[in-house]
Design a protein around this ligand. Structure first.
Ligand code: OGA
Ligand code: MN
Length: 293
């Protein structure tokens, strides 16, 4: 049966139907790649039994797997996979109020914009899901660019911005605490990098608003206050409800995203509930910034 797609939400994305990960043929691969380019965010349901090897193989349909630069969160024995698993409530008394605290929040971002070459995309598989919260939000930043008012567009065209992991390092640590499943060790530190505020997607040719708010520090060539104000204005515009799809996970859901034209966030979930995600990272190949207008 051929793979088919249906719209995922009014804002963006597609759901894939009829995918058999154990039996992928060339027509399936072509269909998946076309949907990836067309829709930016793809949901596949019912993959709870998929092995780490199969996740890596499915990832190879979309690109080459990269090894994530933070070794602490890599899955033991499968370095192409990272584990996202927030601190859980083990050892906390039933009535400890800390059990109700929300953990694992990650603000809006595109992955790895704190490096020179942000990943091509990712495949995120829900292994263990909490009964409430624990959602992931997605925004199509090519659609955001298209919707920008002319004056705002004119103010950012040709500008570049500084990105760094810096302030978010702690949030990432709590979103992905090392445990027995992970490699452990020390997380590296990253130098700040510069990316264009608007880049041209090398495969679609579309312009994309490249803001990655969690990592975006300042806009080059503007005074501090002006830079802050422009960032706030862009982020407020881009994160308007009309652009957002919030995914409520079922176990075995897998979402693929084009990291060069989307951003995402983790809402976090209550500490008393476990949540465990397995993610592969697609190598950049060509960096979008190289082709920026
Ligand atoms: C990621 C990520 C969010 C989530 O895997 O890059 O940001 O909800 N995940 O787990
Ligand atoms: Mn991410």
């Amino acid at each position: 049966m051929p793979i088919t797609t249906t719209p995922l939400s009014p804002a963006l994305g597609a759901e894939i139907h009829g995918l058999d990960v154990a039996r992928l043929d060339d027509a399936d691969r072509a269909r998946l790649r076309a949907a990836f380019l067309e829709d930016g965010v793809l949901l596949v349901k019912g993959l709870a039994d998929m092995s780490p090897e199969q996740q890596v193989e499915l990832s190879s349909v979309f690109g080459e797997c990269a090894i994530h630069p933070i070794p602490t969160i890599r899955l033991k024995g499968h370095p192409e996979i990272i584990v996202l698993a927030a601190d859980v409530a083990e050892g906390l008394a039933e009535d400890d109020p800390a059990r109700e605290e929300v953990v694992g929040q990650i603000p809006w971002h595109s992955d790895l914009t704190y490096t020179d070459s942000p990943s091509r995309g990712s495949l995120l598989l829900a292994r263990v899901v909490p009964p409430e919260l624990g959602m992931t939000g997605f925004i199509d930043t090519a659609a955001v660019y298209d919707a920008l008012p002319d004056d705002l567009r004119a103010r950012i065209e040709g500008r570049s911005a500084v990105h760094s992991l810096g302030p978010i390092q702690e949030a990432l640590k709590s979103a992905a605490r090392a445990d027995d499943e992970m490699e452990g060790g020390d997380a590296p530190t990253f130098e700040q990098v510069v990316h264009p505020l608007v880049h041209v997607h090398p495969e679609s040719g579309r312009k994309v608003l490249n803001v990655s708010p969690a990592f975006l520090q300042s806009i080059e060539g503007l005074a501090e206050a002006e830079s802050r104000a422009l960032i706030d204005e862009l982020v407020a515009f881009a994160t308007d409800d009309r652009f957002v799809y919030l995914h409520q996970w079922d176990e075995g859901d897998l979402i693929v995203w084009d990291n060069w034209r989307t951003m995402h966030l983790a809402t976090g979930h209550k500490r008393k509930h476990a949540r465990r995600m397995h993610r592969t990272t697609l190598a950049p190949g060509r960096v979008p910034g190289e082709l920026a207008a």
